[in-house]
Design a protein around this ligand. Structure first.
Ligand SMILES: [Fe+2]
Length: 282
């Protein structure tokens, strides 16, 4: 099984920009590339912060861009989202018994579990898993097929990353989540958004993957603490393959428009600049 991951699309109403960037324009480029190069994917997952201010016109713009995607989309909530406005445009999205945007998707190669860590009651952007959502996680871990990997997706990381401001708005009750996992089953991999940076590691022995946002990024800065330092580093989507229990994650810098060349080409090897290389290998 293969699938693609995008995160933190931060949509605004059609034609609008955020920090100088047009999220709809960027997602359209990603959709076009994914359609053209990954015809064998089962789905694309967007792991939260779908819209920056959570308003209905932003979700309408997102829906119109995603309409061009050939693969189905699994959509998740982040701290910037609003469930009501989201539902008005995506009525068929995952919905658990309590109305949270989370679900269990069982495929032959793996089970995908998505969690809704949005806390709409507090405006500070930290995440939470309330008792109902912890119960959903326990049920999902306890009933998922044991013979294939379980991949757990959630917007907020339950741990500190070292990015100082971001660590103040992580999942507030990560240890409660760990208690559920420790009492049931460890996911084979965790995927998160929120941090707008490429980060990998382990949490309680569980490997995790965090990737760049579709839009603005968070700087590689471990000193600033009073605000979130931002950058315009290029975005990525991930291509994940799961086969016979093995998982591989590739990052695609989909806005890259520089030269593509053979490393065995002597002209490319001796080029003195990127421009010269593009000319001699054209
Ligand atoms: Fe975000």
């Amino acid at each position: 099984m293969k699938f693609a991951v995008l995160t933190d699309t931060h949509f605004v109403p059609r034609g609008g920009k955020l920090y100088g960037l047009d999220p709809a324009e960027r997602l359209a480029v990603a959709v076009e590339k994914i359609n053209a190069t990954h015809r064998d994917i089962s789905f694309v997952i967007l792991s939260g912060d779908l819209a920056h201010w959570g308003e209905q016109p932003a979700y309408a713009s997102l829906a119109s861009v995603l309409a061009g995607l050939h693969a189905p989309a699994i959509l998740m909530m982040g701290n910037h989202d609003k469930r009501g406005a989201f539902r008005s445009e995506f009525a068929g999205a995952d919905r658990d018994a309590h109305g949270f945007v989370q679900g269990v998707h069982v495929f032959d190669a793996a089970t995908i579990v998505t969690l809704d860590t949005l806390n709409e009651e507090t405006p500070d952007h930290a995440g939470i898993l309330c008792e109902a959502r912890l119960g959903f996680l326990a049920e999902a871990l306890g009933t998922a097929p044991a013979d294939r990997p379980l991949l757990l997706f959630q917007h907020h990381p339950p741990f500190d990353s070292g990015l100082r401001y971001m660590d103040t708005i992580k999942l507030t009750n990560g240890e409660a989540e760990w208690d559920i996992i420790a009492g049931s089953r460890k996911p084979d991999y965790m995927f998160m958004g929120h941090l707008h940076r490429p980060i990998a590691g382990t949490w309680h022995g569980i490997p995790f993957h965090i990737q760049r946002a579709l839009t603005h990024q968070v700087a590689f800065d471990f000193e600033t603490e009073g605000h979130i330092p931002g950058t315009h580093e290029s975005p990525d989507y991930s291509l994940v393959s799961v086969a016979e229990g093995n998982i591989a994650i590739h990052q695609c810098s989909f806005l890259y428009d520089g030269p593509t060349f053979s490393l065995h080409d002597p002209k490319a090897l001796r080029s003195q600049s990127s421009r010269e290389l593009a000319e001699v290998t054209a």
